[in-house]
Design a binder for this molecule. Sequence first.
Ligand code: LLP
Length: 385
Amino acid sequence: MENTPFYFYDLNVLDDTLNTVLNCTESDNFHIHYAIKANNNKKILEIIAAKGFGADCVSGWEIEASISAGFKPSSIAFAGVGKTDDEIAIALTNRIGMIHCESLEEILVINEMADSMNYIPKIALRLNPNVSALTHEKISTGLSENKFGLTVLEFAELVTIHPSLRNINIVGMHFHIGSQIIEMSVFEQLCERINEIVPQYENTIGKIEYLNVGGGLGVNYDNPDQGIIPEFEAYFDTFRWGLRKLNVPVHFELGRSIVAQCGSLHTKVLYVKKSESKNFAVLDAGMTELMRPALYGAKHKIEKLNQEDGLFGELTYDIVGPICESSDSFGSDVILPELRRGDILSIRSCGAYAESMSLRYNGRKEVGNNLKRQVNTSLRLVRTA
Ligand code: LLP
């Protein structure tokens, strides 16, 4: 049996997802940048780059990793509320396509550094549209109380000083209101706000040449098999209609929706134990391999991969990891076929924000991964012997 835990990636699902995105956007002036933070596994980056996607990066390391995986520097956007001088230098030296700026001070630093390099980078202003993403508060970013984006006060100051900033070219705007967004009405509202903000931008900064609407499309965690390919058609239709009056290229930064459903975390049951009120299944994977349940209370579907039936049919379990934290739990009262020591479980929808958020806490070893092309998705339920 393969060593567990490991991340399992079904590359056929990844291909189908990428092809769907390309089919949905080929006739538009839409450009898709994959948000590397969702999963920076080298092989996955190479596959996405080879399909012609751009990259959305949030650190100097991500810029370098995406270039070495084959993304064209001109198709790389660099975002982040706290870019260090070293990271800005990496972006400038590599002549990446766009820097998304989130504070006036950052814009001044970039202007000064670019001056010393004799270079004029393109920048876009990240603006906070004050739209509720109707998602978990910890992954909501577009409200005025969030730390992201230029504040209204800073925008006003920029308007007065921007003619003196000779080493930057301000070409457009960037928005990102949050993640795991399922309601298309949220994106409709974002479009409405963009339509209101564009005239203010054009009257003060200049003609808009670049519009980036961020990422955020959610996936079906409850029932991944019914949502292997996320709702890309409805998502892109919403922007096509909502932004129809603006004649400007639209850039997207999708992370989760591109990679979540191609990955799962395979883990072994170490021990089964009973208390007066509960059955616990203790796994060899924990919050160190999948932090989302501990951090956000997120629920991932859990399946037993080996099919032999136990004596009692289905039972109810608390599925927990080995880490010395009570929050190291993947779910309470999860109904599964009877579990025994050695059984293999698959925790689904782990292609996004699992491997890239893994930790070494408790002295945990880095876990491996297994990338395969499954001929048939039902094979996912076969024991990985
Ligand atoms: N663009 C920006 C500026 C972002 O901050 C993010 C995600 C994305 C694009 C990609 O968003 P996506 O399409 O993946 O929703 N760790 C959390 C998610 C944090 C998302 C952070 N920013 C989770 O596991 O749910």
